[in-house]
Design a protein around this ligand. Sequence first.
Ligand code: PLP
Length: 391
Amino acid sequence: MERVYLDNAATTPLCDAAAHAMEAFLRPGCEAPFGNANSLHSIGRDAFMALEDARMRVCRALQAQRPDEIIFTSGATEADNAALIGLSLAGREKSRRNGGRERATVVMSRIEHDAVLHTERMLRELGFSVRFVRNSASGRISPDALREALDETVVLVSIMAANNEVGTVEPIEELARVAHAGGALFHTDAVQALGKIDVPVRAWGVDAASFSAHKVGGPKGVGVLYLRAGTPLSPLMAGGGQERGMRSGTQNVAGIVGCAAAFEHAVSEQRAFAARTRALRDELYASLCARRGVVPSVSVPRGSEDFLPHMVNVCVRGVESQTMILQFDLKGFCVSGGSACSSNSLDPSHVLSALGIERNLAQGSLRISMGQDTTPNDIEAFIRAFAEVLA
Ligand code: PLP
């Protein structure tokens, strides 16, 4: 049976550009530099050249100012943790040195990915308090809401650029400005935004941003922390001092080269991808929500750019997500109930709860996320399968 993959927010297949770039590094006996990028000899230096070329390409894809603002990590989970913990520690230290009021409060939204949200416990153990900023029923965080959450104790604000379950796009540039006006640092998890909307990290004015290769056709286990030049960060990892001391550990050159190729490809395809999938998204929302008992998790006007173009999230009354996912799987469609991390849990998603969706309804959530290969025929076939599963 041919399968249709509609779970691209969870992960994506490797794109040709990334596979091609990595192949040379992964074939035994190949000419590509297998060396440790930190070794002094020529094989090490060759690996270093490949690493720095990838850093430059990622810098350009993210519209950063300088390649040394790009720190390679093992994924966005690590980048998020490094930012939340590392910026908070360094920022608090700076406030202590300045002799003013100590800054030891971290502000985040309730709709963040677990990689941000679950740093709460660690932050509290390190002596920080965590405060949540209010969001609207569509998951939007307004500059006014952020202003309300700020005071002179806030060291860091972390708000995602686009939500991974319902697709809400946040006004990052304005939010960063508000955080800075309040004297706080600003981090954004931009994992789901890359390749779907513009991610101009420098123009956004953020201090840090997290990205993941496998969400845009790159390999799993590779991520990026953008750290604006001059931003203080206490590194999470102690070790050999790689990545300018910000992330110790021998770099995964093959994965990083694949990551750079995937980022470039995602950015170059972004406009065409967004236009194509936005039309399919609108059609999906209209068709699915025309059925009795099906409601959109967020209200997405046709053509809206306030929500990611490739993602649809609906709730089906009286049916559990898991049941539907397995039924769709039997029919050859891969979809999810929300984030892949919580797909084994019967609890409704924390994102849908934060949007105010009642528990029973949220238990029947379904996320459909399109990718580079999704065709109008796939969507039509899914709409037919949806009718059958519901019946
Ligand atoms: N942040 C968001 C918004 C995500 O969607 C994901 C992936 O699920 C992550 C962070 C974690 O990324 P990674 O799988 O690279 O650790």
